[in-house]
Ligand binder design. Sequence first.
Ligand SMILES: [Cu+2]
Length: 334
Amino acid sequence: MGHFLVVGILVIVMAVLTYVGLDAAGLMPVQASAQAVSIDWLWNWQLVAISFLFSLIVVPLIYSLVVFRRKKGETGDGAHIEGNTPLEIGWTIVPLFIVLAFAYMGAYSLGQTRRVDPTAMVVQVKARQFAWTFEYPELGIVSNELHIPVNKQVVLKMESADVIHSFWVPEFRVKQDVVPGRVTEYRITPTLIGDYKVRCAELCGSSHAYMESPVIVDSQSDYDAWISAQAKIAAEAAKTPEGQGKLLTVRNGCIGCHSLDGSKMTGPTWFNLYGSEVPLADGRTVIADDAFITESILQPKAKEVKGFAPTTMPAYPLTDEEIANIIAYLKTLK
Ligand SMILES: [Cu+2]
């Protein structure tokens, strides 16, 4: 009995130390949403269970190795033990209840994260290789940054233009796949003002690792200011062809692959592109005029720019007017 008492105490001490260590390791980023509360609660109980089970295995193991090792001159066999029915019933029933308890806690936590606020604000999200676009349908705003007001539920209605992506902001905890041909929903009630980042959490192609966009949780007044500034920009842009062209490149996610400042991304930069000589993979060069740009948008595979993979750019079936607007915009980038 003395051994059981000692091992029992050691297991509890080890479990507490393991839990305190894991908790202090700061495995989670800050908690920035109402949904994160129930997830962190569940996670915390998982840590308790993990710490206890770890100790329950490791402590008796090490204790036996040390205390029951063969002493000098000992040559006999150990005691022969044949089964123990109460023990077997015990170690079946107790884990059964623990698993059932965790199933209940998991379901409860899932329910909490899916809680619907009927007044939630809607933002439309479009995911494509390799950019996120956010549309505020009631406000006519399109952006590559997601701005949301603090302490208000937002529902993201998400669609993919190509393959499966996944919307993940670690500080909000919840994650949702974006699947082509379907609209998936992501509900979030941000509770902490700050700058975060959405990352794509589903391997979606060569530039998957760069598929991230700012997610900004604003105070209500900062949010209102951002909305009115964006609305003004959109209204102003809609008046000129180049402004409309710029909006099109945001809406279609072109700037997920093309930089405006000369830096190289998945695609060639647009800085000083119009009228320049573009080297092609087959050794020829072409002038980036209206015809070449139009062809590059409608049939990206027709001419391959040197140093880039033509397969990465999807064809965009845009109208003549839209393409003319984009060209007008490209001309301004110098
Ligand atoms: Cu992706």
